[in-house]
Design a protein around this ligand. Structure first.
Ligand code: HEC
Ligand code: HEC
Ligand code: HEC
Ligand code: HEC
Ligand code: HEC
Ligand code: HEC
Ligand code: HEC
Ligand code: HEC
Length: 450
């Protein structure tokens, strides 16, 4: 009786171990997942605790290469952010320094790029607006989710909720590294196919001050991408434009992707020649070399004269925006400050909002529209708004702040010399007015416009 029940228990235990081993091997065989001894323990709990997280990892390239929970999350005792967790020392945050064990090229390029510096905006105007004119709570769930925060720990070693969750692209990590790879390679699949999608960039590159995703969707490139998703070969290991896909470029194609002459780069600034972010655009250092890299991408699908002409239109546009609007507005504002008529960045003053939005919102939208083939952003959301605000808000507000005498002096110095402002100084010409009337009469008949 006794011996029999011991035998039964032993048999059951043996049988269930065998069964679970079989299940484990057949599953491992199916997905070819390799797991270290430590990670088996992690998975043992996390399978129940967070099953989707574990399954996404299982489906990843990493799982097939033995890169597991413990490889990425292991920490040295006492290291910044180290946490004692069920018998293991781990860190929750996994930084570029951790990825660097195996991906030094990507980490180096990313670290040297503007993306890794994106957190460094504390002393910017935008940040004053965010922290002071708005409020720090908005900075936590707004700015920092794109730009990156500085994760901090509470006394008990847990991450401070004021600073995490956060996967902003320029995050400053507890180990001193800058950047967040997860900003594009979402956990725990860490897939390059997903990072190649325009939507990956669209989390941050959208909205009133940098609508790159909207511009892309408007452009023929975005249209072709939508129409040909099935032919983009996003899942292919090699993804060289002209070889592995031909239908359309995505953001990643132009700014990062491989061509027959160039490898993938994680420095997203490597191919841009202007900076379109400040009030007045400037050409970057080594602009020609940077531009040559971008032209190499275009040349997979376009002829050289077509691409050269595009760049001529783009350069002309940026120079026109600078010269007609950005430079005079900036100089006039500076003159008001110098003469004590305006306090710089005093946002209780409408003039400062008008100036800020002119370059930071509509002025950027216009330049981005011109750079990435979005005509509606170049004009209606762009220069149309710049012009409207320049003539009907900015200049009248300058007049009010300056008084008639100084205003006359300022327009004489900064507005009148540019003949493109003649219409504003002298009004529309009789001849032009007649032409416009004729156009509407012919097009719509009757008395539509005067
Ligand atoms: C005994 C079960 C168990 C084991 C073993 C275990 N975990 Fe956990 N882990 C948990 C639970 C439960 C939570 C959620 C904590 C909570 O909800 O309070 C968690 C949370 C975490 C977190 C998030 C912590 C946070 O503050 O957000 C990470 C990262 C983590 N585990 C990684 C690991 C790794 C890596 C291993 C293996 C080295 C591991 N875990 C082993 C049960 C376990
Ligand atoms: C390739 C590296 C890598 C591997 C492998 C990996 N992780 Fe992570 N894990 C990360 C990154 C990156 C984050 C995001 C943390 C951050 O913001 O830095 C993260 C976050 C987490 C979190 C907290 C996030 C949340 O949404 O609650 C848990 C829990 C976690 N990992 C558990 C695991 C477990 C369990 C495994 C194994 C099945 C695993 N990780 C494998 C890189 C990895
Ligand atoms: C211990 C080494 C190791 C670590 C640490 C590691 N990886 Fe990997 N990673 C690999 C290997 C191996 C591959 C597969 C490469 C191959 O097959 O060519 C890979 C592939 C990738 C891929 C391509 C996946 C695909 O879809 O083909 C991405 C993206 C990636 N890793 C990102 C990361 C990020 C981000 C981190 C840090 C959070 C990280 N890796 C940490 C070893 C590692
Ligand atoms: C939706 C994501 C997102 C939010 C929210 C956001 N930004 Fe940005 N910010 C960006 C992107 C993307 C750029 C780069 C745009 C470009 O290059 O056209 C940028 C550019 C900037 C720049 C210019 C950097 C340079 O090198 O010239 C500053 C400064 C800035 N942001 C500060 C802030 C502050 C402060 C806040 C909050 C008050 C904020 N941003 C909110 C995504 C965001
Ligand atoms: C701005 C988005 C973005 C960020 C941030 C980013 N990546 Fe990538 N990564 C991509 C894209 C897009 C690809 C696919 C490129 C291609 O194949 O055209 C890629 C590909 C990779 C690959 C596969 C390389 C290969 O040759 O197969 C690895 C590995 C990788 N990234 C690691 C990292 C690491 C590590 C970090 C952080 C230092 C990082 N990435 C940050 C967008 C990003
Ligand atoms: C998590 C937010 C985020 C994501 C995702 C993101 N970016 Fe950015 N990007 C930024 C911010 C913020 C800046 C401005 C950084 C600065 O100048 O301080 C920026 C700047 C840039 C720049 C200008 C670089 C330079 O040197 O001036 C390019 C180009 C760019 N991003 C392309 C991309 C592409 C392509 C993707 C997707 C594959 C992408 N970004 C994904 C936030 C993001
Ligand atoms: C057909 C190629 C192409 C595609 C697709 C493309 N871009 Fe661009 N992008 C450009 C060119 C060209 C410029 C201007 C380069 C220069 O100044 O020389 C540019 C400029 C930029 C800048 C710099 C803006 C600044 O303020 O200085 C950012 C950021 C950017 N692109 C992000 C994106 C994002 C995000 C996507 C996808 C939603 C995207 N791009 C799609 C070609 C492309
Ligand atoms: C993978 C192929 C591919 C790449 C790479 C590519 N384009 Fe295109 N592009 C196209 C196609 C196809 C069209 C649509 C032509 C048409 O109007 O029928 C197009 C259209 C255009 C247009 C015309 C837009 C319009 O509305 O008529 C311009 C300008 C342009 N591309 C410039 C560029 C520049 C500049 C680059 C590099 C920065 C580039 N393209 C990269 C395929 C590409």
């Amino acid at each position: 009786m006794k011996a029999k029940s011991v035998f039964m228990i032993l048999a059951t235990v043996f049988f269930s171990i065998a069964l679970s081993l079989m299940a484990a091997t057949s599953e491992a065989a199916k997905t070819k997942v390799k797991v270290s001894k430590e990670a088996q323990t992690c998975i043992g709990c996390h399978e129940a605790q967070s099953p989707s997280l574990v399954q996404e990892w299982r489906l990843s390239r990493h799982a097939t290469k033995g890169v597991d929970c413990y490889t990425c999350h292991k920490s040295a005792k006492g290291a910044p952010g180290a946490l004692e967790h069920n018998g293991y020392t781990i860190h929750v945050l996994v930084s570029p320094k951790d990825c660097n064990q195996c991906h030094p090229k990507e980490v180096k390029e990313m670290t040297e790029s503007h993306h890794a510096q994106a957190q460094d905006v504390l002393n910017s105007l935008d940040n004053y607006l965010g922290e002071v004119v708005g409020g720090p709570e908005a900075v936590t769930v707004g700015c920092r989710q794109c730009h990156g925060g500085v994760p901090k720990f509470l006394a008990n070693g847990q991450l401070d909720p004021m600073t995490w969750p956060n996967t902003g692209i320029g995050r400053i990590n507890p180990d001193g590294s800058h950047g967040s790879c997860t900003a594009c390679h979402t956990r725990h699949a860490f897939s390059k196919a997903q990072a190649r999608e325009p939507q990956t960039c669209g989390k941050c590159h959208l909205g009133p001050d940098h609508p790159q995703i909207e511009i892309y969707q408007e452009s023929k490139h975005g249209i072709l991408y939508e129409a040909n998703k099935g032919r983009m070969n996003m899942n292919k290991d090699s993804w060289v434009v002209g070889k592995d896909y031909t239908a359309a470029p995505t953001c990643a194609t132009c700014h990062m992707g491989a061509t027959p002459n160039q490898p993938v780069t994680h420095d997203v600034g490597a191919r841009i020649s202007w900076t379109l972010r400040p009030p007045i655009s400037k050409k970057l250092e080594n602009a020609d070399q940077r531009r040559a890299r971008m032209k190499d991408v275009c040349s997979s699908c376009h002829s050289a004269p077509f691409v050269d002409n595009f760049y001529t239109q783009y350069d002309n546009f940026v120079n026109f925006y600078n010269n007609k609007f950005a430079i005079p507005a900036t100089q006039i504002r500076q003159a008001l400050i110098d003469k004590g008529k305006l306090k710089a960045n005093d946002y209780s003053n409408k003039l400062e909002w008008t100036y800020f939005e002119m370059w930071h919102h509509e002025g950027r939208r216009a330049r981005h529209g011109a750079a990435m083939m979005g005509p509606d952003y170049a004009w209606w959301h762009g220069i149309y708004e710049v012009a409207k605000n320049f003539y009907t808000e900015f200049l009248p507000e300058v007049k009010e702040a300056a008084g008639p005498e100084l205003y006359a002096e300022l327009t004489k110095k900064y507005i009148e010399p540019n003949e493109r402002h003649d219409w504003y100084i002298n009004g529309i010409s009789k001849e032009q007015l007649q032409n416009i009337q004729k156009f509407y009469n012919q097009r719509y008949g009757g008395e539509t416009a005067k």
